[in-house]
Design a protein around this ligand. Structure first.
Ligand code: IPT
Length: 969
């Protein structure tokens, strides 16, 4: 049958440019359609296509919203696989069980619908194969899910009672080309529109708008069928189609997205255009726009909404672009298919560099040694060319699109070469990208995914190991380098972003990368009692699935930024603020590609122990891109406060923009100044006193039998005891194909989640300066590995000091997850305040965004709701923390750092509960606030798909000492 035919389509019109609007009439056919699901492709025959067919009253017919996916509307269910095809691989055949949705819409033409001309029926996206009938006449069939398909329908239309029937098959030959890592979501998921095409209307057009950065001029030529004129009032241009003119212009860039309003007018139609002048070129092995090196601070974006899947409304698309801009993101790879066309309009308007990627991935053939890979099989080449054509023709007029990408993860093959050749011929103005063939025969960029830092460094130095073929090697060595995917943002992480950024800044050739990925694809669900959670692979009973690998974004499914996005924003900030707070100078470097600093305002604040003493504005010269300056800070303001002193300098938007308001923070830096000395009244030490079954020491009471702290200042406490366990993160666990040690698995194998605490001694020795000493050995069963832990308690009348000494025993084969103590407080102490890094979560290799200051939040808000629960919520470099009652106004416990700041984590469940939970709704607060005070934490890394924790961030099992001072707050 046609759906198993590699021939892409039948009956459709040639590909052409998309535009949002024109003066020609259009009729949206979105809305509620009649719908019936069949288990096989044959369905119930073609009766439903007949105009006189009446589904009403037939209980098998229901309704579905178009655009939409039927599996998200109660008909069947979604399924998630990453690489694996969820059906036997026998191209182009697909299973007999092939969910098939018959869709039917009856519509009238508006009374004033024009009589003459042609009419075109346009589908923006249907997954994965459709056959279409209008008023009983078959129009044709198509494949290519994330691509537009049009039919000429004028001759068939009637004023009233038109019957549009669309049969959609979930599986088709096209499915073999659409093996992207995402939910399988069949349906008519983008708009359906009826377009009136007046006689002499625009058939297709191609805007060529280049920029000569030496001359400061733009050259415009618009090719159009059938001719017409282009006017650009602001530039005084009125050109015939095909005629070119060169005039002084301001160029378009992602940083300064200058667009000129224009019109293309043919005999029958006027199309409003927005023209951006820019030239993309590879010069001396560097990708440049308008003569300047581009540094991609990018993300990979799938289209996703937790309720509607890949059906996105305009508002959601705009939200994505706005969120990207607000987080300093300047580039997007449309992984792994062309997005809704309106998204590219938003990229033009708000400013993002776009790698537009074709709807193509055949990753599932990798496990077959790429046998029968469609991209290396001539029979499929027409389908590949069709996809290339549909993308390029649709999107060719966007200044934001600066690179065409052939697709993702298809191995190598002749079909790709054919695509690249066609694209280069049709549009020589843009480079072509394709990652998956290491010789890059079909790419103008050297592109890698998840390359470790060392490899990026080698490539930066043009010292990468050579390819066998010297010609190919020389070619590759001369190419610009991008990481089309890096920093796998699955769960807690990614770690190591700062180290990548340094490489991008050091090596001209390393032009940045695209974090994998923008958003978690978790589907919104509710428990029986109404609590929300997000579903991932396996939650719909799929027989084959890849679990929560579908949740690896910088945004949570509901588009709340994750700590990973906050970290990324800081790491890629386009202004670097550093310097010497003691000397009183701040160094400001402009890291923009194009923009000077005149769009930013700078402020300073002077903080003692986290309290702002004074603030003001800082005059910074409008440095050009690449420039930097030393700027003097004001005289330190007078204050009676004492303690640590910090200058915080911020760069904020000086004016409202289309994506954020004046004052929006873009970059910041903190400079330590000399501390202001503090005089503390000396407190007299007190000695432990043994009473019936207890030991009293200052404000603390201990159990004499086990030496555990029982209460402090009247607050009942559990612990503190040594704790090394954390609920493994996705990055701790690593991906199944990772060959390096996957520490999360090793930790569990060793039993770090079931440590036993053996008590060796409880000593109150007056000779030891009046200390209570508790000696223990902490170790899991079945191994001789262990940690000797000695807790030494001393006190004054109001405070107790805990000093912990840890000595590992045995030959530890792995780093520790964490090293510190855990204690429990009654649940009512649910409000945290601290002085240290904040406001958000941080780990050793994800802490660039932690700002030193005073922070406070309910314990509930300290949690990061990773879709699959895992270690989260640590705050870095904490000098002191308090857990108080009554929303912060009541009393509680205060913990001060002993000799060095600590990592502070508080939650309403234990790490063991966190570890056991599969979804956020499994986490239920208990009667205790559990607090981890850590001397050190193991880093995060990116091993859920990429490299593990860099050596400097591994927590080696080695002797350690750390201390805290506890008191009642
Ligand atoms: C890479 C894919 O290109 C992307 O679609 C996604 O699956 C990502 O990984 C992981 O989330 S492929 C990977 C096996 C290197």
């Amino acid at each position: 049958m046609y759906h198993e035919d590699v021939t892409p389509s039948r009956g459709t019109l040639p590909a052409r440019a998309w535009y949002a609007d024109s003066d020609a009439r259009r009729l949206s056919l979105n809305g509620t359609w009649a719908f019936r699901l069949w288990p096989t492709a044959a369905g119930g025959g073609e009766e439903f296509t007949r105009p006189d067919f009446d589904p009403s009253g037939d209980p098998d017919w229901g309704e579905v919203a178009v655009p939409g996916h039927w599996v998200l509307q109660g008909h069947g269910s979604p399924a998630y696989t990453n690489v694996a095809y969820p059906f036997p691989v026998d191209p182009p055949r697909v299973p007999t069980e092939n969910p098939t949705g018959d869709h039917r819409l009856v519509f009238d033409l508006p009374g004033d619908w024009p009589a003459g001309g042609e009419c075109v029926l346009r589908f923006e996206g249907v997954e994965s194969c459709a056959r279409v009938w209008l008023n009983g006449q078959e129009l044709g069939v198509f494949q290519g899910s994330r691509l537009p398909h049009e039919f000429a329908v004028g001759r068939l239309l009637r004023p009233r009672g038109n019957v549009l029937a669309v049969r959609v098959h979930q599986w088709s030959a096209g499915s073999y080309l659409e093996d992207q890592d995402m939910w399988w979501l069949p349906g008519i998921f983008r708009e359906v529109t009826l377009l009136h095409r007046p006689a002499g209307s625009v058939a297709d057009f191609f805007v060529h708008a280049s920029y000569d950065h030496r001359a400061g001029t733009g050259t415009l030529r618009v090719d159009s069928a059938p001719g017409g004129r282009v006017t650009v009032p602001e530039l005084g241009l009125d050109l015939a189609a095909g005629e070119s003119a060169t005039v002084p212009v301001e160029p378009w860039s992602a940083e300064v997205p200058r667009l000129y309003g224009a019109r293309l007018t043919t005999e029958g139609e006027t199309v409003p255009l927005r023209i951006g002048f820019r030239t993309v070129a590879i010069e001396d092995g560097v990708l440049k726009a308008n003569g300047r090196r581009v540094l991609f601070r990018g993300v990979n974006r799938h289209e996703f909404h937790p309720e509607s899947g890949r059906t996105l409304d305009l508002e959601t698309m705009r939200r994505d672009v706005v969120l990207m801009k607000r987080h300093n993101v300047n580039a997007v790879r449309t992984s792994h298919y062309p997005p809704h066309p309106a998204f590219l309009d938003l990229c033009d308007e708000l400013g993002l560099w776009v790698i537009d990627e074709c709807d193509l991935e055949t990753h599932g053939f990798v496990d077959l040694g790429w046998r029968n890979n469609p991209v290396d099989d001539e029979r499929w080449t027409p389908a590949l060319l069709d996809r290339a054509r549909l993308m390029v023709e649709r999107d060719k007029n966007h200044p934001s699109v600066i690179v065409w990408s052939l697709g993702n993860e298809c191995g190598a093959g002749r079909g790709l070469t054919a695509m690249a050749r066609w694209i280069r011929e049709r549009d020589p103005s843009r480079p072509v990208h394709y990652e998956n063939d290491p010789a890059y025969p079909d790419s103008d960029l050297h592109s890698r995914m998840y390359a470790p830092h060392e490899e990026v460094e080698l490539i930066g130095r043009r010292a990468e190991p050579p390819l066998e073929d010297p010609g190919a090697d020389a070619r590759r060595r001369a190419m610009p380098f991008v990481l089309c995917e890096y920093a796998h943002a699955m769960g807690n992480g990614p770690g190591g972003l700062s180290e990548y950024q340094r490489l991008f800044e050091r090596y001209e050739r390393c032009q940045g990368g695209f974090v994998w990925e923008w958003i978690d694809h978790g589907l919104a669900r509710r428990t029986a009692d109404g609590r929300p959670w997000f579903a991932y692979g396996g939650d719909f009973g799929e027989e084959l699935h890849d679990g929560n690998f579908v949740c690896d974004g910088l945004l949570f499914p509901d588009r709340t930024p994750s700590p990973g996005l906050v970290e990324y924003k800081k790491v890629i900030e386009p202004v670097r603020i550093g310097g010497d707070g003691v000397a009183g100078t701040v160094r400001v470097a402009n890291l923009h590609d194009v923009a000077d600093l005149s769009h930013l305002a700078f402020t300073w604040s002077y903080e003692v122990e986290g309290e702002t003493v004074a603030d003001g504005t800082l005059p910074v010269p409008p440095l050009g891109p690449g420039e930097s300056a030393e700027v003097a800070l004001p005289e330190p303001p007078r204050t009676d406060l004492a303690g640590e002193v910090w200058w915080t300098v911020r760069a904020v938007l000086a004016h409202d923009t289309a994506w954020a308001e004046r004052g929006h923070p873009v970059a910041w830096g903190q400079l330590a100044a000399a501390p202001l000395p503090r005089t503390r009244p000396a407190a007299t030490p007190v000695a432990p006193r043994r009473a019936a079954g207890r030991i009293d020491l200052g404000p603390a009471v201990f159990d004499a039998a086990d030496g555990l702290l029982v209460s402090l200042g009247g607050i009942p406490l559990k612990g503190p005891r040594l704790d090394v366990w954390r609920a493994p993160t996705d990055n701790d666990n690593g991906a199944s194909w990772q060959t390096d040690t996957r520490h999360g698995l090793l930790w569990r194998e060793l039993g770090l989640h079931r440590m036993r605490h053996r008590l060796d001694a409880v000593e109150t020795d007056a000779a030891d300066g009046g200390a209570l000493t508790v000696r223990t050995r902490v170790a899991p069963a079945a191994t001789d590995l262990g940690l000797r832990a000695v807790y030494r308690w001393t006190a004054t009348e109001r405070t107790v000091r805990l000093e912990v000494a840890v000595e590992p025993e045995g030959d530890w084969p792995c780093p520790l997850p964490r090293l510190g103590v855990r204690l429990g407080l009654p649940a009512r102490h649910g409000y945290a305040r601290w002085f240290g890094g904040g406001p958000g979560e941080a780990y050793p290799d994800t802490r660039a965004a932690a700002m030193t200051g005073r922070w406070e939040a309910p314990v509930d808000d300290l949690q990061t709701p990773y879709v699959r629960p895992q270690e989260n919520g640590a705050r870095a470099d904490v000098r002191w923390a308090e857990l108080r009652e009554d929303g912060g106004s009541g009393g509680g416990l205060r913990i001060e750092a002993g000799s060095a700041p600590f990592w502070f984590t508080a939650r309403r469940w234990t790490s063991e509960h966190l570890d056991a939970a599969g979804h956020t709704c499994d986490l239920v607060p208990g009667d205790t606030v559990w607090v981890n005070l850590d001397h050190a934490l193991h880093g995060i890394g990116s091993q859920s798909c990429g490299p593990g924790v860099l050596p400097g961030y591994r927590l080696r099992a080695e002797p350690a000492r750390f201390s805290f001072v506890l008191s009642a707050a």
